[in-house]
Design a protein around this ligand. Structure first.
Ligand code: HEM
Ligand code: HEM
Length: 168
């Protein structure tokens, strides 16, 4: 019987995980509208109403991510994370931790640099644009590993991010 990992994360942590993932996805898919927004502002050109709306949403959703991640980080640091699923390879465990903390660095750093890009433009805009490849690489590794655990190793890891435990 493989180790079961349910109960590692609270309902609040799980809700925040999926809500933040959905909001980040939105930022990645529609980020270019913000570029159009900035370009139109600089060149004094007209902006399509779609880009105006998506640009404004980019601003506020980005700040919402920052606030939600701050809450999430507090919960995470308070409750810790018992390693319920034992990795057979210690290097894989280190890799998983590195990916999780790299996510937190991006989730906090990207919106802050986005704010600087919005108000001061270069060089922050160029740095902020790196968010796209950085997030996509981490998401591919992270989601790939989660699916591998769930459907190949069958250790219930994904279930731990779907079914809450009883701590906060
Ligand atoms: C986690 C949150 C965020 C993500 C994942 C994100 C992602 C992106 C992406 C993918 C682009 C387009 C870059 C490209 O296509 O090359 C972009 C552009 C931009 N974002 Fe964000 N963003 C976030 C938060 C923010 C916030 C909070 C602000 C400002 C309040 C902001 C301001 C901007 C600006 C000004 C641009 C245009 C940069 C340029 O002129 O090239 N972003 N963002
Ligand atoms: C933008 C997208 C995503 C971000 C930013 C993200 C971020 C994170 C972070 C930071 C953790 C560490 C746990 C914590 O400290 O709260 C985590 C755990 C987890 N995530 Fe994601 N995630 C994303 C997408 C996904 C997807 C698409 C899946 C599933 C296919 C997934 C499945 C999991 C699982 C199963 C865990 C628990 C891992 C463990 O306890 O070792 N995540 N995620």
């Amino acid at each position: 019987m493989p180790a079961q990992s349910h109960g590692r994360y609270s309902a609040a942590q799980i809700t925040l995980h999926w809500l933040i993932a959905a909001l980040v996805l939105f930022q990645l898919v529609f980020g270019e509208s913000m570029e159009e927004f900035i370009e139109a502002r600089e060149e004094g050109e007209a902006l399509s109403s779609t880009d105006a709306l998506l640009g404004t949403l980019h601003y506020w959703i980005g700040l919402a991510i920052l606030a939600l991640v701050a809450v999430r980080l507090v919960l995470r640091l308070r409750s810790g994370a018992a390693p319920v699923v034992a990795e057979t390879n210690p290097w894989l465990e280190i890799a998983a931790k590195a990916v999780h903390w790299a996510f937190y660095v991006l989730l906090l750093g990207v919106p802050v640099i986005g704010l600087l890009a919005y108000y001061y433009d270069e060089p922050f805009a160029e740095i902020h644009a790196l968010a796209k490849p950085a997030f996509i690489s981490l998401i591919v590794i992270h989601a790939g590993a989660a699916l591998l655990h769930q459907f190949w190793l069958r250790d219930g890891l994904l279930t731990s991010m779907l079914r809450p435990g009883n701590h906060t």
